[in-house]
Design a protein around this ligand. Structure first.
Ligand code: MG
Length: 284
C-alpha cells in the first residue's frame, strides 16, 4: 500500500486506484480542519464518511484550543457525530502525556482558558514562574510580556512541550490565522531553547493515540487529511496509507465527498455486472 496517493486526478473524480486504500481500510484517522470542517461549516461528505465508518474512526487534530468534549458538541451542531472519546487533540494529549509522566510537575500553560482548566482537572497546579515544564499551545492573548516570561523560564531550565508546530491555519475570507508554530518561532528566537517534545502531527504521538483508542493497526488504517506536511508525512512515518483532499497537488479529491462518490470507482464496480460485447456474443 503506497503512503500517498499521488496519481493525476481523473476528470470528474479520483482514479479507482487512488481509492483502493479506503476500500481496504478497517479504521480511519481523520484530520479535522480542512478535512471535516472549514471554519463553522461541515465539509461536503463529512457526515456521510463518519456514518459509514461509525465506530471505526478517530479524529486526530493539532487543535490546542478546545477539549474533545467541547469539540464533539460543536461538531454535533454542524451535523457531525463524533464521540469525544474518539477525538484526539494535540492540546489535551500534551497535558495527558505530562500528567502520565510528570504528574506532580510545576507546569506553566501558555494557551486558552479551556486548556488551562483541563490541566487543572488532571491535577496540575499551574505556575507563572519556577516552572519545570512550559506547555506552549495556541494562546490568543500571547504578548510581549508573555513571550518574556516563557523565554526566561526556558533559560532558567524549564523544558518546553509544544502542542503543534503549524505556522498558520486557514481563516475566513482566505486569511491565515497564526498558529502555535508562529508563537514557537518567537519563543525559540528569544530563548535559544529547543522543544523538549512536540505532540502534534507530523510527530507520531497523536496518530499513536488515535490507533490506541481504536485498537487499530497501522497496516489496516488510512489517514485522511488535507495537509501534506502534517497528515501525509506523519502517516508515512508510521507506515499508514494517506488520502489527501483539498487543494494540495497530491490531493485525490477536492473534498471527502469525492472519496465517497467516485465516478471512476462506480464505473469499475459496475463493470462485472455488465456483459461485454464479447461475452454477449459468446453466450448467444
Ligand atoms: Mg487540516
Amino acid at each position: 500500500m503506497k503512503n500517498i496517493a499521488s496519481k493525476t486526478r481523473a476528470p470528474g473524480g479520483p482514479a479507482a486506484a487512488d481509492l483502493a486504500p479506503l476500500a481496504q481500510a478497517r479504521h480511519l484517522l481523520l484530520d479535522l480542519d480542512g478535512t471535516l470542517v472549514r471554519q463553522n461549516e461541515a465539509i461536503d461528505g463529512a457526515a456521510e464518511l463518519l456514518e459509514r465508518f461509525e465506530g471505526r474512526f478517530a479524529i486526530v487534530s493539532n487543535n490546542s484550543t478546545h477539549t474533545a468534549q467541547g469539540l464533539a458538541l460543536r461538531l454535533r451542531r454542524l451535523g457531525l457525530r463524533a464521540p469525544p472519546e474518539r477525538i484526539v487533540l494535540a492540546g489535551e494529549l500534551a497535558v495527558s502525556l505530562l500528567a502520565r509522566q510528570h504528574p506532580t510537575a510545576r507546569l506553566m500553560v501558555v494557551g486558552t482558558p479551556a486548556l488551562q482548566r483541563h490541566a487543572r482537572a488532571l491535577g496540575f497546579r499551574l505556575v507563572a514562574s519556577e516552572a519545570e515544564f512550559v506547555l506552549l499551545a495556541l494562546d490568543m492573548r500571547f504578548s510581549h510580556a508573555r513571550l518574556g516570561a516563557v523565554a526566561n523560564e526556558l533559560l532558567r531550565g524549564a523544558r518546553l512541550v509544544v502542542t503543534n508546530a503549524d505556522a498558520t491555519h486557514p481563516g475566513p475570507h482566505g486569511r491565515v490565522v497564526p498558529e502555535t508554530g508562529s508563537l514557537l518561532a518567537a519563543v525559540l528566537t528569544a530563548s535559544g531553547a529547543q522543544p523538549w517534545r512536540i505532540v502534534g502531527k507530523p510527530e507520531p504521538l497523536l496518530f499513536e493515540e488515535g490507533l490506541r483508542c481504536l485498537g487499530a493497526e497501522p497496516a489496516s488504517t488510512v489517514v485522511i487529511g488535507d495537509n501534506p506536511a502534517t497528515d501525509a508525512a506523519g502517516a508515512a512515518r508510521l507506515g499508514m496509507a494517506c488520502l489527501l483532499v483539498g487543494t494540495a497537488p497530491e490531493a485525490v479529491a477536492p473534498s471527502v465527498a469525492g472519496l465517497l462518490l467516485p465516478r471512476a470507482t462506480a464505473e469499475v464496480t459496475a463493470l462485472p455486472a455488465r456483459p461485454t460485447e464479447r461475452s454477449r456474443l459468446s453466450t448467444a
